[in-house]
Design a protein around this ligand. Structure first.
Ligand code: CP
Ligand code: NVA
Length: 327
């Protein structure tokens, strides 16, 4: 796929064909990597990774993909640059654009990554904002294709806070690829009306179906994928935990829901996941609220229906495809 000098900021900016092309490239890169065939397509280039929020998968995916493509990679963490504190986004973008061939950004508002792209003069890739997480969706769709053969017509039910980066991006991606997307949550957690309207317009062209359902038992019927994410995202205040646990507990992914969906149904999660108490926050929240998991039970997470580690691996192959296409 040739997207030379283009940014990768949100899936709304790409056509269905471009998304399909990136997925095909990612599958090819994955096969080459498994066969031990080097693919240093971007030899001699340099990229910078700007992270204003923490990361395991996205950072490592960009670093490994960058190295596999033959590039130099610089990581700048939340406290490692002047950006935002002593230097504006526009100035930072113009400086980095003079030194690097591409810039990844993870942080807060989508407007920040859009502003970086407006000033950088080199491709900018969105590694997660509050509103969108487009590289994650490519990994998710590669994983669904590997397990089901196709995307079109597959039913993906997103349980939980569907108005944030993951719910928004999955809805856009499903609309673009002609899938059946269901947001399942209390109404206040549905994506905003403007984004729903934009996706409905895309769905008319692609044959996608978009639904918004509050009852989990109704939503999961015949689902191919049940997808969830953390109930409190990075950057949100601790004060929202109580409300989220109360309001989203009925939307926890349980084996009962998986069975209700049917034998075909797989479990997906962008990770990290609170499926047990083996993390500092999981333990703290678990003890405070008397629960042993949050958005998904350990039983589902560890079951053979769970394809979360395929998804995690596919972050690297898909991010490689995005960089190779745009550089
Ligand atoms: N899924 C995802 O983006 O994970 P990280 O926060 O570890 O990058
Ligand atoms: N909604 C989550 C996604 C993490 C990959 C967050 O923003 O923290």
């Amino acid at each position: 796929m040739k997207l030379k000098n283009k940014n990768f900021l949100k899936l709304l900016d790409l056509s269905s064909e471009e998304i399909a092309g990136l997925l095909a490239d990612a599958a090819a890169f994955k096969a080459q990597k498994k066969a031990g065939i080097p693919h240093r397509l971007c030899e001699g280039k340099n990229i910078v990774l700007l992270f204003e929020k923490d990361s395991t998968r996205t950072r490592c995916a960009f670093e490994v993909a960058g190295a596999d493509l033959g590039m130099g990679v610089t990581y700048l963490g939340p406290s490692g640059s002047q950006m935002g504190k002593k230097e504006s986004i526009a100035d930072t973008a113009r400086v980095l654009g003079r030194m690097y061939d591409g810039i990844e950004y993870r942080g807060f508002g989508q407007s920040i990554v859009e502003e970086l792209a407006a000033y950088a003069g080199v491709p900018v890739w969105n590694g997660l904002t509050n509103e969108f997480h487009p590289t994650q969706i490519l990994a998710d769709f590669l994983t669904i294709t590997e397990h089901f053969g196709v995307l079109k017509g597959k039913k993906l039910v997103y349980m939980g806070d569907a108005r944030y980066n993951m719910g928004n991006s999955l809805m856009v991606g499903c609309a673009k690829m002609g899938m059946h997307f269901v947001a399942c949550a209390p109404e206040k957690y549905f994506p905003n009306g403007e984004l729903i309207a934009a996706c409905q317009a895309i769905a008319k062209e692609t044959g996608a179906v978009l639904e918004f359902i509050t009852d989990p038992n109704v939503a999961v019927e015949n689902a191919d994928v049940i997808y969830t994410d953390v109930w409190v995202s990075m950057g949100e205040p601790d004060s929202v935990w109580q409300e989220r646990i109360t309001e989203l507990s009925p939307y926890r992914v349980t084996m009962e829901l998986m069975e209700k969906a049917g034998k075909q149904c797989k479990f997906m999660h962008c990770l990290p996941a609170f499926h047990d108490l083996n993390t500092v926050i999981g333990k703290e929240i678990g003890e405070k609220f008397g629960i042993d998991c949050m958005e998904v039970t350990n039983e589902v997470f560890e079951s053979d229906r769970s394809i979360v580690f395929d998804e995690a691996e596919n972050r690297m192959h898909t991010i490689k495809a995005v960089m190779a296409a745009t550089l």
